[in-house]
Design a binder for this molecule. Structure first.
Ligand code: ZN
Ligand code: ZN
Length: 125
């Protein structure tokens, strides 16, 4: 029962943001609802949720894992200046999976693509 409640609180936080937060940030938000939750519990549940495919864990090179409440496959843009991660409104190219599969003989499940550069706000600064 308690684990379900914690899981649900974490999911709610993740689904309510577009910021692709770190575990620490999620912990801070979930704490508002469940004050006695531990960081370890948050990490454990994030692991379980990403294993079961309910959330995405984004492994972005050389930084803390970030988590995404969006389950559908989509692309990301990462600002090299402020470190923020944005969803990119661009249809996922599913054709490439088949092309790579034919080329290599590997069974391709999906691909991930991360664009990098400088976000709009940082360009203004
Ligand atoms: Zn930026
Ligand atoms: Zn995303």
């Amino acid at each position: 029962m308690r684990r379900t409640k914690q899981k649900e609180a974490i999911l709610k936080v993740l689904r309510g943001t577009r910021s692709h937060p770190t575990a620490d940030w999620i912990y801070g938000e979930v704490k508002k609802e469940i004050p006695n939750i531990s960081l370890g519990t948050v990490y454990r549940n994030l692991g379980l949720l990403s294993q079961s495919g309910e959330i995405l864990e984004l492994e972005l090179c050389g930084t803390y894992s970030r988590f995404d409440g969006r389950r559908d496959s989509h692309y990301h843009f990462r600002c090299e200046n402020c470190g923020r991660v944005f969803d990119v409104d661009e249809p996922v190219n599913e054709e490439i999976d088949g092309r790579i599969a034919r080329k290599t003989g590997f069974r391709v499940k999906y691909h991930r693509l991360e664009f990098r550069g400088v976000c709009k706000e940082c360009q203004k600064g």
